[in-house]
Design a binder for this molecule. Sequence first.
Ligand code: ADP
Ligand code: MG
Length: 729
Amino acid sequence: MSYLRFDVLGEAFKKHPLEVKLPGVRPDEYFGKYVFNKEKMFKYLPSDVYAKMVDVMENGAVMDRALADKVAEGMKKWAMDMGATHYTHWFHPLTDTTAEKHDAFIEHNGKGGVLEEFEGKLLAQQEPDASSFPSGGIRATFEARGYSAWDPTSPAFVMDDTLCIPTIFISYTGEALDYKAPLLKALHAVDKAAVDVCHYFDPAVKKVFSYLGWEQEYFLVDEGLYAARPDLLMSGRTLMGHNSAKNQQLDDHYFGAIPERVQAFMKELEIEAMKLGIPTKTRHNEVAPNQYELAPIFEETNLSCDHNMLVMTLMRKIARKHGFRCLLHEKPFEGVNGSGKHNNWSLGTDNGHRLMSPGKTPTDNLMFVTFVVNTLTAVYRHNALLKASIMSATNAHRLGANEAPPAIISSFLGKQLSGLLDSLEKSSSDELFKIAGKTGKKMLDMPQIPELLIDNTDRNRTSPFAFTGNRFEFRAVGSEANCASAMIALNTAVAEQLVDFKAAVDKLVAGGMDTKEAIIKELQKLIKYSKPVRFDGNGYSDEWKEEAARRGLDCETCPPEIFKHYTCNDSVKLFESTGVMNKAELAARTEIKWEIYTKKIQIEARIFGDMAINHIIPVATSYQSNLIDNVYKMKGILGDEADELASTNIELIKKIAKHVKAIEEGVNQLVEARKVANVLEDEYEKAMAYYKTVVPKMEEIRYDIDKLEEVVDDNLWPLPKYRELLFVC
Ligand code: ADP
Ligand code: MG
């Protein structure tokens, strides 16, 4: 009999190094150490090249080949001074991970030796073999070429011995095969549309930035325990496991004292993140046992998305140094909270207007209300698409479950802002515009607005898209996801809405209306129109589901159905009119979503079957044999008396037999269901078959397995239990 579980438990309590050495006295001494930022550029590039590069980064100037060559030279010199021997294009394929292929900085020198080489063309563009990345049919396998092209707006960095160059990844024919290419287009679209609208208020605005501050939730599990759980190892979540007696019911983990070993991990993680220029700021315990959160200070959305991908990489890597595994899956454990990634989002101008923050003057506040109302309208118009942008096989466990935002996108504004919009909607323009005495100038007079202080403690944890004082917080994003998916959908939707808003206002102005009056008139229309998306109540309640359906919000919960919203007419119009993605790219993305959904469930179902047959049943029957042996022996010495005295064990023998039979039959049906699904050609049909037949079957069998865990001898149970996974740290 194997006592693996107890071996690994013993290992889990081994001492881990708790000392983490600080690389400098103050964070500013090591912040950005591994980043080719402006400071390094200034040092390593000739001054004219530096000036041009800054123009490219900050004003979107064109990068030509000659410039790329010179930048490459300086970048290589810096990277080699940092100890780098290799370089890679670092990109975000549609897999929720990053991709890299390292090449050494060497070429033949023609004399039998090598020389260090890194030209501008290698910096600007490469042709990785793209055939093994998901493409949704855009790139047939015989045309394996894809291009990765430098994104100079996100700085290069050194990781270990490799210079990493952030790039977009597109097909031979120019379609996006990644997240970054459409994200950059979405950010451009929202910049342009928002600048146009800003000009109503301040003609000096030149650029509007989209900002993102993410909060990353994760679990830490002891590495030994993790290794003894094939389901965690292969799928990132526990597919079986009985609830532990204590979990989060005492609310004693959230914001609790951070365990020493975890603290050491966090400290090292923060130091390494800082060296990569990631401004990590907040760390705390989350709601579930062994669950934690990290949040940096917000940054421009493109950089912030890159930084989130980097942090996830660092988390996985550094956790292992401390004897942990980092679980980024949205729902590693049933019965306790899952993990999300709140995306705090706002817009701001180059000259200091924070467009989601109320200001001091009536004009500032009208600007604020304009952007808030247009954002709400965009979220209302595309609520189904926004949901599609965050839905996945893994996030599906979280959305709609009783802990996370429901699978309905609505927005919480808080009493003050809600009240303000309501009164704005109802006011007549006479009330809003009073003739200011002597000057005779029309002035906006909304008593609530001039000194607006939005109370950001007014929180609603159940809302998937909440206004929190100076930003919106998109909370439905999955912990493992690339933030870019949500950010593409949101920024594009807001861009489209701002374009439509401007067209409507301009039309009124062309008809002779005063601009401010036209803006208010249009806002009143939008406040009325977008009302169904506003919801300040309890998003977990069943009444809300009914109410949301009545309001016409998308209430679909089936992931393969939800993915279809990428290709509905409204979405195609949205992405094409803003130039972010075309119909073929959207169709490809949807195909990939179905494909990945299917594969994730398929992998789970395979491991699940293996574990049921190879781990659970042998242990259950072996314990059952012990019991049978015991009953026989009791009969041998006690005779008929044993019938009464051994009756509990006899019941237990029957109980085990019943569960074992159910598991065996269930696994056979599970295998059958997979076979039927696997032969379906159409990706949507296949994903639907997995959703309808494989997912529920696993849940059914899990019930019997978890029941066995309750009765089988603890000494024999092969898998680390929930109480061990969740409380050993
Ligand atoms: P919580 O929501 O738990 O109170 P914090 O207040 O720590 O979290 O903020 C969460 C994230 O929101 C941080 O990354 C923070 O930098 C970011 N954030 C704050 N203000 C803005 C803003 N105006 N735009 C975008 N992100 C913001
Ligand atoms: Mg938050």
